[in-house]
Design a protein. Structure first.
Length: 191
């Protein structure tokens, strides 16, 4: 509702400009309307480009890159401000939120199922503090986790009993990298 006065003001301003335009160019009104329509289409296209710029940039820019010679993984910041990495867990691609504030490598129940872990067979005796409160967790052993050619084996992880929209890559895994830095809108992990 607070936008209503602004919309009324902009509508009145546009009506005033249109009225001025018509009165100034009443002898060549057809040509004037063609120009006005051309400018309106250019303006609409500019608004569309600005509105879709974030989506276009994500499509053009790769979601992650791995430089095998330098042992670096570069993750661009997503439009929501987080950093995401797709890693192969037991040979299955899983998308993780890279969370330097999280302690462990945590799989959602859905992602655990994708990599062949049956949540029904697990004992949820651990506890973890999340933004949504305390959740129960179960320890699991992952055969492998790979980001491009960078591969680790026999990793301890946790599966959460609570609802999670995705999996978390916390410090228990990230500490395997010698350097973690944020530069130029990207999170860079260096081995």
């Amino acid at each position: 509702m607070s936008d209503l006065p602004n919309l009324i003001y902009l509508g009145a301003l546009l009506a005033f400009i249109a009225l001025w335009f018509v009165t100034q160019n009443r002898l060549s009104l057809g040509k004037t309307l063609q120009y006005a329509l051309s400018w309106a289409l250019i303006f609409a296209a500019a608004i569309a480009v600005v509105g879709l710029w974030g989506d276009l940039r994500q499509v053009v820019r790769p979601t992650q890159s791995v430089d095998t010679r330098a042992g670096k993984v570069e993750l661009p910041r997503a439009p929501d401000g987080h950093y995401y990495v797709t890693a192969d867990v037991n040979g299955v691609p899983i998308r993780f939120v890279v969370d330097t504030g999280a302690t462990d490598l945590v799989l959602s129940r859905e992602d655990a199922k994708k990599v062949g872990i049956n949540a029904a067979d697990m004992a949820f005796y651990g506890r973890a503090q999340t933004a949504n409160g305390t959740v129960r967790t179960a320890p699991v052993q992952l055969d492998s986790l790979s980001i491009g050619p960078i591969r680790d084996t026999n990793l301890r992880a946790w599966v959460t009993e609570g609802e999670m929209s995705g999996s978390l890559m916390g410090m228990s895994y990230l500490q395997r990298y010698s350097k973690i830095e944020i530069a130029d809108g990207a999170l860079v992990l260096t081995r």
